[in-house]
Ligand binder design. Structure first.
Ligand SMILES: CCCCCCCC/C=C\C/C=C/C(=O)SCCNC(=O)CCNC(=O)[C@H](O)C(C)(C)COP(=O)(O)OP(=O)(O)OC[C@H]1O[C@@H](n2cnc3c(N)ncnc32)[C@H](O)[C@@H]1OP(=O)(O)O
Ligand SMILES: Cc1cc2nc3c(=O)[nH]c(=O)nc-3n(C[C@H](O)[C@H](O)[C@H](O)COP(=O)(O)OP(=O)(O)OC[C@H]3O[C@@H](n4cnc5c(N)ncnc54)[C@H](O)[C@@H]3O)c2cc1C
Length: 664
């Protein structure tokens, strides 16, 4: 029935003020108001309709994406939206597109690596979208191993130009988003060669297509790499391939903020760490962490509302059946994901602060915190995207059979999200960066250098290596010190064990390769500690609103104790806790699930998602699932006719054949 809120009873049960929680989730009242206004603007504009995306051919989908981007740009100008509002607009349009790479990587790469003069020239064009750019780093043969890239940029002093060339097939650029069909320009990463010497990977601005008719410029071969996983999903993006046949660009199109090539061809190395050439990746990894909570909360919102609507078993004497959300198994799968969504929100906020802080320090030539910023962005990108991709799939299963329908919103969300485990650095490769950072930190313990920031706990090694948890009853697991100590001791002990095992190898690099799997586990333990500690730190802030802090407290301990339960092997094998304490943690977890249960629907309402953004029949705000599932089914092209196309050619002859055979 239209107009009825099938989830009203659930909403009435809530023990906190949802409106206040919306502000906490958004980050501030201002952020909430901007998001709310822009989400409604998108939802009410027919050009941004997306419910039929799965039924479009790739070409139709791509053209509709171009239309949406053009319309969005028009609205941004008409409504004079600022940068923040424009970013929210793109977010709520919710269709991967070339603009993501233009604004998300091309512009930041120029900002981070271009000189002031270069920024002035290129950003004024890019900001008005008079040129459209992408980030062309990955090649067919190398993605993770950036130092292994093969594209060359050879300086020609005769003409004061670089010659950009693709020497082999594996050197072809492959994957850059926006490259395939749209970008007029790219920041191309290539090996800089001058005076016969290879100086490694540097960034160059290269024009790819004519600004008159969009055709590729001479000696450039460019196209789309093909259809990707899922219907709709990431197929709105033109990930591309690109080959150069001795393409010439002026010398001043090398991004020269960090290092330079003079008119004479002399290479002038940077007086800042060369790793700053990777700065765009640090920036984007930070935004990916901030985005993980968006994707996970969206899936959790769908699964929670549907779990409250769906009933199976448990009816007695003709009574009403049990809501599946009341099964402890459902809660044990769903509530840790709800808690993770909030946890990732807060760690994302903190990482944004860390990124801003390191950027300011770099501007003042203080490079001390760069390794930590790299480790945190890499490790948290890996941790949050892995958990989010797995979490979306778990939400699909939590919705039973109907979760597998495209109109549940979950299959497409998964297909769009899962490459986040690979792009901006494969998640295992990134955890190995964290492991290297941890091994360095452990090696320095006792040298007088005090670990700071996220590794400060390692400075308390004497205590953490021998302490035993003091937990004696289930409620003790709600003590932040008890939780933090267990997570710190586990992370430190795993890192120290790896370091000890490494020291048994004569060749450290060989040892590192041998211990890769353990090192990744140690890195994950360290990153989980960061998330837990930032959630606990959030609770120490002044959070107002009726009952809001209590709910966040419950979610925080669900997150921590669920991790403890999931990684029990780590905690027990490192003697951080006893089996009895593990069992008490489980008791506490069950109690927290009971406390969250009446608030579950309100906790997902606090995400403030419009039905347009969710695009899910199962996650509808009003919970009116069943009639809408039918409506969706009737819309399917297969139901356009009662007898399907192909009946006369392929079905009737078979049926007739069977008839004849049966008569024999
Ligand atoms: C909401 C808005 C969102 C906008 C964004 C839209 C998203 C759109 C979706 C997709 C876009 C996708 C884009 C891409 O995928 S772009 C390509 C990304 N590619 C990668 O991430 C490659 C992964 N590989 C690497 O990052 C590196 O090569 C490495 C980390 C694996 C290092 O390899 P290695 O060979 O060991 O190292 P090096 O010799 O190169 O350097 C070692 C040295 O440098 C330190 N270091 C490495 N990376 C960084 C860094 N980023 N910052 C600072 N320092 C770094 C490393 O720690 C070593 O330090 P040392 O031990 O002290 O020597
Ligand atoms: C949707 C999508 C969008 C993308 N957009 C862009 C873009 O805009 N611009 C761009 O330049 N690139 C882009 N990429 C490319 C992306 O950055 C790379 O695919 C990514 O960095 C992973 O590199 P790879 O493909 O070389 O993986 P590989 O390194 O080949 O990984 C294969 C396997 O090897 C393992 N492995 C690799 N090295 C190690 C190691 N040292 N130790 C242990 N295990 C290892 C990995 O864990 C993985 O299991 C995109 C990719 C995707 C999927």
């Amino acid at each position: 029935m239209e107009g009825i809120d099938h989830l009203a009873d659930e909403r009435n049960k809530a023990e906190f003020d949802v409106e206040d929680m919306k502000i906490v989730w958004a980050g501030s009242r201002h952020a909430f108001e901007v998001s709310d206004r822009i989400a409604r603007l998108v939802a009410s504009d027919p050009v941004f309709e997306k419910s039929n995306r799965a039924r479009l051919s790739r070409k139709e989908l791509f053209k509709s994406t171009l239309r949406k981007c053009a319309h969005a740009f028009k609205r941004i100008i008409e409504l004079r939206l600022n940068e923040e509002e424009a970013g929210r607009l793109r977010h709520f349009i919710d269709q991967p597109a070339y603009v993501d790479l233009h604004w998300g990587m091309f512009v930041p790469a120029i900002k981070g690596q271009g000189t002031e003069e270069q920024q002035k020239k290129w950003l004024s064009l890019a900001n008005k979208m008079q040129i459209i750019g992408c980030y062309a780093q990955t090649e067919l043969g190398h993605g993770s191993n950036v130092q292994g890239l093969e594209t060359t940029a050879t300086f020609d002093p005769k003409t004061d130009e670089f010659v950009i060339h693709t020497p082999t097939q594996t050197a072809s650029k492959w994957w850059p988003g926006g490259l395939g069909k749209v970008s007029t320009h790219a920041v191309v990463y290539a090996r800089l060669i001058t005076n016969g010497k290879d100086y490694g990977i540097h960034g160059f601005i290269v024009q790819l297509r004519s600004l008159e008719d969009h055709s590729p410029l001479p000696n450039i071969t460019v196209g789309d790499i093909g259809t990707k996983m899922g219907n709709g999903a990431y197929n709105s993006m033109d990930n591309g391939f690109l080959m150069f046949d001795h393409v010439r660009i002026p010398r001043d199109q090398m991004l020269m903020r960090l290092s330079k090539v003079t008119r004479e061809g002399e290479y002038v190395p940077s007086d800042v760490p060369k790793q700053l050439v990777y700065g765009t990746m640090v920036y984007v990894r930070q935004t990916i962490v901030a985005d993980a909570s968006n994707a996970l909360s969206r899936a959790v919102c769908i699964a929670t509302r549907y779990s409250a609507v769906r009933r199976q078993f448990g009816a007695h004497n003709g009574g009403i059946e049990t809501q599946v959300i009341d099964y402890k198994t459902q809660q044990n799968r769903l509530f840790p994901l709800l808690a993770s969504a909030y946890a990732f929100r807060f760690v994302g906020e903190w990482l944004k602060w860390l990124y801003t802080d390191v950027t300011e320090r770099l501007a003042a030539s203080d490079f001390a915190t760069l390794p930590e910023a790299h480790a945190c962005t890499a490790g948290l990108k890996s941790l949050t995207t892995t958990a989010t991709a797995d979490g979306i799939e778990e939400c699909r299963k939590l919705c039973g059979g109907h979760g597998y329908l495209w109109c549940s919103g979950l299959p497409e969300l998964f297909a769009v999200y899962v490459p986040a485990c690979t792009y901006e650095g494969d998640n295992v490769v990134l955890q190995l960066q964290v492991a290297r950072f941890l091994m360095k930190t452990v090696a320095q313990l006792g040298s007088g250098k005090v670990p700071v920031g996220t590794t400060a706990y390692m400075g308390r090694a004497a205590h953490l290596l021998q302490c035993r948890s003091g937990v004696q009853k289930a409620e003790d697991w709600l003590n932040p010190d008890a939780v933090l100590e267990a997570f710190e001791a586990r992370a430190l002990r795993m890192a120290v064990t790896c370091a000890k095992n490494l020291s048994k190898f004569e060749n450290q690099e060989q040892g590192f390769q041998e211990l890769l799997a353990d090192l990744v586990e140690a890195a994950i333990a360290h990153c989980q500690l960061i998330v837990v500690s930032k959630f606990i730190a959030k609770l120490e802030q002044d959070i107002g609103g009726k009952g809001v802090k209590k709910q966040l407290n419950n979610l925080c301990y669900i997150y921590a104790l669920y991790l403890l339960h999931k990684h029990l092997g780590d905690f027990l094998s490192t003697n951080c806790i006893t089996p009895k304490q593990a069992s008490l943690a489980n008791d506490q977890l069950r109690s927290l699930y009971t406390q969250v249960r009446p608030n579950a629907v309100a906790l997902v309402d606090a995400f403030n998602y419009t039905d347009h953004y969710l695009n899910s029949v199962l996650g509808r705000y009003d919970g009116n699932v069943y009639p809408k599932l039918f409506e969706e089914a009737w819309k399917d092209p297969l139901n356009d006719s009662v007898v399907p196309d192909g009946y006369h050619e392929y079905l009737r002859p078979v049926l007739k054949q069977q008839l004849r055979t049966a008569r024999l």
